[in-house]
Design a protein around this ligand. Sequence first.
Ligand code: AMP
Length: 283
Amino acid sequence: MDIVRTVAEVRTAVAAARKAGRAIGFVPTMGALHAGHISLVDAAKADGTFVVVSIYVNPTQFGPNEDFTQYPRTFDADSAACRAAGVDLIFAPTNAEMYPPGDQSRVRPGPLAEPLCGAFRPGHFEGVCTVVAKLFGIVQPDIAYFGRKDFQQARVIEQMVDDLRMPVRIATCPIVREPDGLAMSSRNARLTPSDRARSLCLYQALCIARDRLGAGETSTGRIVAAMRAHIAAHADIKVDYLSLVDPRTLESATLPAPRVLVAGAIRVGDVRLIDNLTVGIDG
Ligand code: AMP
């Protein structure tokens, strides 16, 4: 496994892999890797690709009052995990490599980026689209792997790739959870033990929604109220949103519906956590 920090080095390694007849699989990450990230690597390996993982905490997708500086950075453990998982190349660029002096272009997503997290993190998905477009231009992958943990992000990227005619296939992979159901997240490392225990109420609220949908409930208002009531029983948790939406358009769901995305975001202390369930697939 090679670890490189420049665009030129990526291009050389990828060109060699292509010359050897390999398709290029790409897993973009911000590091602090866990089993959720590795599941994406496993999917890329299963497809037989030359696997490139990027590790880069992208400043443009963080708002001024967000956790860019506190975001966990664990490069040595990350590279060991990548090596163990059979990654072929790690691209860990500097900010100067990704946003050199004079850099000015940005990729602005459309309405898919407006609801859910978009409503609470202005500019977030523009930062995501911009860095992913740059990374696609650098790595030129055949397939790029995204987790459904960040469901809206995956939809926004799928739309960007369609709209900008980027020659890459987007593969989405299931959410990997801790044994008790908490969605794995790099930010979980920032939770105190008691906040970690309280955080589980988000997944439990999603399960309440799934069960109500399964029982034939057709009022989104009643479902969201039940989710809120569950979370309200847990002190010190602020809800950003709890929503039932169409998984394609991310617009409010009209029940009954064959597939519903139940998504939520909470703040536990200063840690923001997101999770979702697609009822009709997962549930
Ligand atoms: P991040 O490092 O948080 O930017 O995430 C990098 C990629 O890993 C994204 O495509 C995420 O959706 C994916 N990912 C993060 N957590 C999980 C998880 N628990 N299960 C599956 N994929 C995940």
